[in-house]
Structure formats: structure tokens, C-alpha cells
Design a protein around this ligand. Structure first.
Ligand code: PMP
Length: 402
């Protein structure tokens, strides 16, 4: 009898289980629209050329070694990341009220931020959008939050943002609730608030004394422009909010497995920064002690070298451009086929994902009948589409919907 025999199997993680099924599938026309990673028009992962160049320079740099990084990471990477999201004109940065901490990609940045809020500020309730990325709840509960609540976000009938529902739920949230907001390219819906809607959201957060935690996993992926995609974060900063912002460099740098991210904290009072940093140092020390260096060196080099930075922006435009082209292609095909329903949301939505409006039954049908893999919520990763499979995908959606 093992002491572990009472351990029950945990439920599978949908997106990873889906990828496994896709990999095992031998069908020649199989399509993976599940996984949240960029793919080229050949359906391949892409190492950004600027990343390759940085990696070569790093490999050849004899002055670098494998000593530990500081607990809060590589300063030049975190400072560059914070500047990238808050913008060069950020008042918080000029006044020394903003700080960046290198963390383990977006997930790790959320976790460190959530631990700080739960353990140091003793915040206990958090709200996430309904629906949201499948990991928010787990991260915050594991960090020590006591209560997970949702705010309405998606109006399924009209396939748009349910702003009234969202505002009402936020108005009813207890003071000091942490509100997780997708800073750009909402996952899974691909629907973001407009600038005017962000103002209304910020008004309620301010009035009800809630705490905004912006999750910025796709800066550059929505519009192809880093500044445009940072609108919400910069807006909260300009209005004088105190907030946290988790950044991921998985998508916009294609550095998925390097686990490079950044947690930005903005406070009203620069004098609080050193105490905050000392507390976060202790939290990280007890969690993983210090972060890995490879991704941080790449990001630092690219963000701090004007010429490489320009090249990187070109890569981002290429990735976001391909996504926009594929959105158009899918919508065109569906409309040409006369597929029942409206398909304008495919091009209205932004970022990597589209909430197609396909039901769970229809999504399962696409998987089982046509070897097209998508989440049961009907979410597809537009990057899984290519010029050679988009006709097949459209025809299969058409056949499924009819
Ligand atoms: N937040 C959202 C909304 C995401 O979609 C993702 C990536 N799927 C992340 C955070 C973080 O991902 P990672 O930890 O790989 O950076």
C-alpha cells in the first residue's frame, strides 16, 4: 500500500490534452486551432530572426557566465519591459513610482503579483472576466486568494462586450477586490473595450476602490503597434491609479519556453518602492529564488538596442499582419459559402484568438469528423490557419453549421 494511493487524478488541462490528440492524429488534413502559439503560413513555429541574432551575440559574448541573476531578475530587461508597456513619457517612471520585476513569463508575473496582493496587502477577493484564460483562477487561488468571482464580459447572443453587465458586476464588488483585466487582445473572446469603454471601466474601479491587475500577454499582437496595444495600461497610469501589470514575452518575442515576463507595479508614492521590492524579494526567494537568464538577455538586448528594437517591431507587424490576413480569409470563405449566421465577428475580433460562436457540440464535431482541433468553447487560434488549410476549415465549419 503506497502512501500515495489516495491521490486522485487531477482533471486534464484542455489545451494540452487537445494538442496531444492532434499530435497522435494521423489524418493528412488535420489542423490545430487549439494551441496558443504563433505559426507561420507553413504551419511552423517561428523563431524571430532578431531573436536568433541576439542569441548568437549572447552565445559569443565571453563576458557572460552562468552566475545567478538577482532575485528580481536582470535590471536592464525589467526596466526595458516596464518602459515598453508604460511608454517613454510615463510620469510614474519619471517620478520613480514604477518598478519592473523579471518573472517567469506572464503566468509567473501574475503569480508573484497575486502573492504580493494576498500575502502582503491581505487582499482576499479577485474577479476575472467570464470567460477568461483558463489559468487565472488557479494562479490566484494558489497564490492565497480566498474567493474567486466573475464579472460578465461576453454577450454571447450579440457576440460583443457586455459592458453594462461588466460595470454592474464591478459596481457590486467589495472594496479592495482585485480586478483582473486583459490589457489587450482578450483571451478567449478577441473582444476588447473601446477607449471610451475603458474610461467607464476605470471610473467604476476608481469609485468603488477596486484594485486593477492588468494582464498584458499580447502587446503588439492586436494592432501590430506596441504603443497602440498599450493603451489601457497607459490610460490607467495617466489617471493616477495604483496597479499591477503582468507582461509576457512568450507571444510577441516567440520565447514561449524561456519563461520571460515582467511584473510592473505603479504606486502613488515613490517612497514605498524600496519596501515593496524587499517584500517581493522575499516572496520570490521562497518560491524559486531567482529567474533564468537566457530570455531576459535576449529581451534586454532587443529592447535596449534601437536598431534591433526596430527589427523586432517589424517581426511583430509580420505576425499581426498574418493574423489579420487569415481572419479576412476565413470570413471571406464562410461568406462565399453562404454559411448560415453572421461572420463579421471573425474580423471584428482582435489578437490571436477568435471566439467563433460555434457551440460545444459543433466544436466536438469538427474535431471528431474533420480532424480540426479547437477548444470546446469554440475558441480558435487564428495562427493555426494557413493559405493551404483555410478552404478546408471553412468548408468543414460550413458543413458543421448546416
Ligand atoms: N494571460 C493570458 C490572457 C494568456 O493568454 C497567456 C498565455 N496563454 C498568459 C497570460 C501567459 O502565458 P505565459 O505564462 O506563457 O507567458
Amino acid at each position: 500500500m503506497s502512501r500515495f494511493s489516495g491521490v486522485q487524478g487531477a482533471p486534464p488541462i484542455e489545451v494540452f490534452a487537445l494538442t496531444r490528440r492532434y499530435t497522435e492524429d494521423k489524418h493528412p488534413n488535420k489542423v490545430n486551432l487549439g494551441v496558443g502559439a504563433y505559426r507561420t503560413d507553413e504551419g511552423k513555429p517561428w523563431v524571430l530572426p532578431v531573436v536568433r541574432r541576439a542569441e548568437k551575440l549572447i552565445a559569443e559574448d565571453q563576458s557572460l557566465n552562468h552566475e545567478y541573476l538577482p532575485v528580481l531578475g536582470l535590471d536592464s530587461a525589467s526596466a526595458g519591459a516596464t518602459r515598453m508597456v508604460l511608454g517613454p513619457d510615463s510620469l510614474a517612471l519619471k517620478e520613480g513610482r514604477g518598478v519592473g520585476i523579471q518573472c517567469l513569463s506572464g503566468t509567473g508575473s501574475l503569480r508573484v503579483g497575486a502573492e504580493f496582493l494576498a500575502q502582503i496587502l491581505k487582499y482576499s477577493v479577485f474577479y476575472y472576466s467570464s470567460p477568461t484564460w483558463g489559468n487565472h483562477k488557479l494562479i490566484f487561488m494558489n497564490a492565497g486568494f480566498k474567493e474567486a468571482k466573475t464579472y460578465r464580459y461576453w454577450d454571447a447572443q450579440n457576440r460583443k462586450l457586455d459592458l453594462a453587465g461588466m460595470l454592474e458586476d464591478l459596481r457590486n464588488a467589495p472594496e479592495n477586490s482585485v480586478i483582473i483585466l486583459h490589457a489587450i487582445a482578450h483571451n478567449p473572446t478577441g473582444v476588447d473595450p473601446t477607449e471610451a469603454e475603458w474610461k467607464e471601466i476605470a471610473d467604476v474601479i476608481e469609485e468603488k476602490k477596486l484594485f486593477p491587475f492588468l494582464d498584458c500577454a499580447y502587446q503588439g499582437f492586436a494592432s501590430g503597434d506596441l504603443d497602440k496595444d498599450a493603451f489601457a495600461v497607459r490610460y490607467f497610469e495617466k489617471r493616477g491609479f495604483e496597479f499591477l501589470c503582468a507582461q509576457s514575452f512568450a507571444k510577441n518575442f516567440g520565447l514561449y519556453n524561456e519563461r520571460i515576463g515582467n511584473l510592473t507595479l505603479v504606486t502613488k508614492d515613490a517612497e514605498t518602492i524600496s519596501n515593496i521590492k524587499s517584500q517581493i524579494t522575499l516572496l520570490i526567494r521562497g518560491m524559486y529564488s531567482n529567474p533564468p537568464s537566457h530570455g531576459a538577455r535576449v529581451v534586454s538586448m532587443v529592447l535596449n538596442d534601437p536598431e534591433m528594437f526596430e527589427e523586432w517591431k517589424g517581426c511583430i507587424r509580420e505576425m499581426s499582419g498574418r493574423i489579420i490576413t487569415m481572419r479576412k480569409a476565413l470570413r471571406d470563405r464562410l461568406e462565399k459559402l453562404g454559411t448560415p449566421g453572421q461572420w463579421n465577428h471573425i474580423t471584428d475580433q482582435i489578437g490571436m484568438f477568435s471566439f467563433t460562436g460555434l457551440s460545444e457540440k459543433q466544436s466536438m464535431h469538427l474535431i471528431d469528423e474533420y480532424h480540426i482541433y479547437l477548444l470546446k468553447s469554440g475558441r480558435i487560434n487564428i495562427c493555426g490557419l494557413t493559405t493551404s488549410n483555410v478552404d478546408y476549415v471553412a468548408e468543414c465549419i460550413d458543413a458543421t453549421v448546416r
